[in-house]
Design a protein around this ligand. Sequence first.
Ligand code: PEP
Length: 256
Amino acid sequence: AVARTPLIAGNWKMNLDHLQSIAFVQKLAWSLRDAKHDYGQVEVAVFPPFTDLRSVQTLVTADKLELRYGGQDLSVHDSGAYTGETSGAFLAALDCRYVIIGHSERRQYHAETDQVVADKTVAALRHGLVPVICVGETADDLEQHGPSAVPVAQLRVVLEALASDADIVVAYEPVWAIGSGQAATPEQAQQVCSALRQSLDEALGDEAAQRTRILYGGSVKAANIAGFMAHKDVDGALVGGASLDVDEFSSIARFP
Ligand code: PEP
């Protein structure tokens, strides 16, 4: 079996300006250092607003932090007359490792379709970024189609656009569990993550399926992370609300 390094990823959404981001990252780094956190054992990443990324890069570089960071979205285009958009080239120039793509809030408020998510994934890979591809069903989807159908269908559209050596992360985020305080059970998360790994196998082959990390996201906190991580197809977490509290997020990263 391939050993997959767990990834604990904090999605700040539209919170913390560039000055607050510096204070936050400093405190997080101190907390993890005091706990002798081994970043090789559990990778930790933050996803600040675009306007914070230069500050985060400067701090990470100056203090030689092993913390990873990335954008919360990117454009399908590389440059040009696209007002308000952010190129993957710019994220790569700021040493971003990752970029979140297709978060349910982008799908819901910005009408991002599975095809847009696929196009953005290709754009991210073109710039050497690792896309964190978000999929997940609404409460209605769950009622109508059962647990795995919608997230698997969403992922399939993206995988059709990829080569078998694509370096990606998948995040299973049931929409009903995001920001609701109502997390999926670890068993529910495992069931869907396992189905998503099966889709990876079908589309990209066994090597990709075994190597690719699949995260769970939706009301993850320090008190429930261990339950998710005990399941074999859950390789980490995408954390929203709890990623804005240094102590809480640091505890989540120290789940083992
Ligand atoms: C998210 O938005 O990616 C998320 C998982 O949010 P929360 O942890 O607040 O449910």
